[in-house]
Design a protein around this ligand. Structure first.
Ligand code: CDP
Ligand code: CDP
Length: 231
């Protein structure tokens, strides 16, 4: 069967990674979480004192970029691929609110984007890939056969993310999460390099009122139609 490239973009906590993973599992495609890569670079900068509450040293980070090696690893018994930063599994650590607070400023840096986009494009060389992020349909894979743009109300998104972080034992509040989501949305949509925007040929799904199953069925039908060449 013909393999296609599926690009899923949208705002934070709209369900992009959930639907991307479901589609990849169903179609036997590779799933790539591009946000995890920006988060891992951010974690590196935090761990090496390049960024902190009082410091944001862009030249130092640019200089460190060649020392940052990112890999995804997937074992058969794992539910999804995990990201490795210089050989260490950082999949859980990159999801905390501290990383979320720094990641969008880091993602504005042109040299960071150039490095990560090049690696993302390598993942897609043979098609059969579902990638989610902010610039997948506009920059990473502008020729993707299927582009989906996900949206939902910010209160709904903050409630979803809060549940996720509380379930794993993080101590966070609804207001902190809502503030972080709104700040990231602002930075991501207004940055100069590759701002988050719906590609002209993307199909928008607002899932404020949809559960995971409903959104998956909508996305799967779109993918099947594209693979069959119906739309
Ligand atoms: O899962 P969540 O929506 O919280 O975010 P993410 O996908 O893990 O992405 C974290 C941040 O990385 C975003 O807020 C963007 O600032 C940045 N990012 C980006 O600039 N380009 C991408 N393709 C993916 C993420
Ligand atoms: O990747 P992104 O940040 O866009 O979102 P996600 O990590 O896929 O989803 C964020 C949280 O919202 C997860 O806990 C999902 O299970 C939940 N979610 C939901 O409950 N209903 C939806 N329609 C979409 C996501």
């Amino acid at each position: 069967m013909k393999k296609i490239t599926i690009a899923i973009d949208g705002y934070s906590s709209t369900g992009k990674s959930t639907v991307a993973k479901q589609l990849a599992d169903h179609l036997g495609y590779v799933y790539v979480d591009s946000g995890a890569m920006y988060r891992a670079v951010t974690l590196y900068a935090m761990q090496h004192g390049i960024i902190s509450k009082d410091k944001f040293d862009i030249p130092e980070l640019k200089e460190a970029l060649p020392s940052i090696q990112l890999k995804f690893k997937k074992e058969p018994h794992w539910e999804k691929a995990r990201i490795y930063l210089n050989g260490n599994d950082v999949e859980d650590e990159i999801r905390n609110l501290e990383v979320s607070k720094f990641v969008s400023p880091i993602a504005t840096i042109h040299e960071v984007r150039v490095k990560l986009v090049a690696q993302q494009q390598q993942f897609g060389l043979e098609k059969g890939v579902v990638m989610d992020g902010r610039d997948i349909g506009t920059v990473v894979f502008p020729e993707a056969e299927l582009k989906i743009f996900m949206n939902a109300s910010s209160v709904e998104r903050a409630q979803r993310r809060l549940k996720e972080l509380l379930d794993r034992g993080d101590s966070v509040t609804f207001n902190e999460i809502l503030k972080n989501i709104e700040e990231r949305d602002f930075i991501d949509t207004t940055r100069e390099d590759s701002p988050l925007r719906k590609a002209d040929d993307a199909i928008e799904i607002d899932n404020s009122e949809m559960n995971l199953e409903d959104q998956f069925h909508v996305a799967l039908q779109l993918a099947k139609d594209r693979i069959a060449g119906r739309i």
